[in-house]
Ligand binder design. Structure first.
Ligand code: ZN
Length: 241
């Protein structure tokens, strides 16, 4: 089994292309996308169309759902809201209709994995998983060996042993027969763990690990400036916050 799991592209075409080039180097044919193709960045049409053509699973993120009117954006902070309003005006109808096909969650039985954007528990609430406090209960809301999530833009691997003990892995994990896993793959287009490089995950025969990929941040920022997107959203890409 060899596949890549990517999430939270957020209209960042430079980051997406850098990640896709990296995926190609490994000869990976199957890519699962965990949601938020749009919001924040300058290239919503291109990113949505590329993801649609290359990913075998497309999961809905809160920003995708906001574009098609299925999530209330009054919950969004002001920067996210400005970006969503800009994105809605910018996007072609044909690409907006692609977002309508995204699924809230998907279980792939033969791979023993569960895919969702925010949380296995009530995914439509778009909650954030706190790795100190509410990881354990999330394991009750999927039956598979591994659940992959995105949403917080901060990568982590939590292993739950058969004894109930929880372990945090930072960079990689070799799957053990009796453990189950909850894995946040990080964000391609707007990392927030103080590492500005794009983040994604590779599953390679029982080994799961993160890849961090440099991309042309300045090019993305220049486009965002040209479109008058909020300075805070432009600046944060330099720092990965
Ligand atoms: Zn996101």
């Amino acid at each position: 089994m060899l596949y890549a799991i990517i999430s939270d592209v957020h209209s960042n075409l430079e980051a997406l292309n850098a990640v896709l080039n990296d995926i190609k180097k490994f000869g990976i044919k199957e890519i699962f996308f965990l949601g938020d193709s749009v919001g924040y960045g300058p290239d919503p049409d291109e990113c949505t169309s590329i993801l649609n053509s290359l990913c075998s699973v497309l999961i809905a993120g809160n920003h995708d759902m906001a574009i098609i009117g299925l999530t209330d954006i009054s919950q969004f902070n002001s920067f996210a809201r400005i970006a969503i309003e800009w994105t809605s005006k910018q996007m072609k109808a044909e690409n907006i209709s692609l977002l309508k096909r995204y699924k809230m969650l998907q279980e792939i039985l033969e791979k023993n994995i569960f895919l969702v954007h925010a949380t296995p528990k009530k995914p439509e609430e778009w909650s954030y998983i706190d790795i100190m406090w509410d990881v354990d209960k999330q394991f009750h809301y999927f039956d598979d060996k591994i659940c992959f999530v995105g949403h917080s833009h901060k990568p982590f691997i939590i292993e739950k042993k058969s004894s109930g003990e929880l372990l945090l892995h930072k960079e990689e994990v070799r799957l053990s027969e009796k453990s189950r896993y909850l894995i946040n793959v990080g964000s391609v287009g707007q990392p927030r763990d103080r590492d500005p490089r794009a983040s994604y995950c590779i599953f390679d025969n029982g080994l799961i690990y993160f890849r961090r990929i440099e991309y042309n941040i300045k090019k993305t920022q220049k486009k965002m400036m040209g479109y008058g997107l909020p300075v805070y959203l432009i600046e944060r890409l330099s720092y990965g916050v």
